[in-house]
Design a protein. Structure first.
Length: 202
């Protein structure tokens, strides 16, 4: 696991971006995040990027508390505890057959979490895993899923990551993404607000 840290001379938000959280998805996500690293750091605050939390591991869903008992899950908790980010983004990739289950309104019944919302080209967005939300280690948590076999989706992911890197307030991050995808982000926020109430998160 390699950790890339950018520190600006100006004070600002601390942002943590992590890819390759389980299984073999690091093979897809790692090269994209390495390309993003080459673009440089933020104008203010700190940006920490982990291109791949694990290179190859048994798949355990991050929606399950059991994930946080695995080596990679413990690594993630250690990163969050150490850097105490204001903004946390985790990047996954999914197989084509998983699309329906990830975006189904019934996901809240079957998995206990809201459906992910498609932005474009199969790029999905949602909130962080419930266990992480419940322990409150960050102020804004975003999950992004891209198709494992869609090159166009990678450019969309990079556009989102640049917004996270370049904006200097959480409200600005949300606002800039909403400018690109107003209907999708509005829906994602509504789903999250209802879900947050069910978890009794203030």
């Amino acid at each position: 696991m390699k950790i890339h840290v950018f520190k600006s001379k100006r004070k600002g938000l601390t942002k943590l971006i992590v890819g390759g959280l389980h299984g073999r998805e690091g093979r897809v996500v790692k090269p994209i995040l390495k390309r993003f690293i080459l673009e440089g750091g933020p104008r203010s605050g700190m940006l920490i990027i982990v291109p791949s939390l694990c290179s190859k591991a048994r798949y355990v869903s991050t929606l399950s508390k059991r994930y946080f008992e695995t080596n990679e899950g413990r690594r993630l908790l250690s990163l969050l505890s150490h850097y105490k980010p204001d903004v946390y983004v985790e990047v996954h990739c999914y197989a084509k057959k998983a699309y329906k289950s990830l975006t189904s309104p019934m996901r809240i019944v079957r998995k206990g979490v809201p459906q992910l919302i498609e932005l474009e080209q199969g790029v999905l967005i949602g909130s962080s895993p419930p266990f992480l939300l419940s322990i409150g280690l960050f102020k804004l948590g975003i999950t992004v899923e891209i198709p494992c076999r869609n090159g166009e989706s990678r450019e969309i992911l990079l556009r989102l990551l640049r917004i996270v890197r370049d904006q200097e307030a959480i409200s600005e991050i949300i606002s800039e993404i909403m400018k690109l995808y107003p209907k999708q982000i509005s829906k994602a926020i509504k789903l999250f607000e209802v879900y947050k109430q069910s978890l009794n998160i203030p």
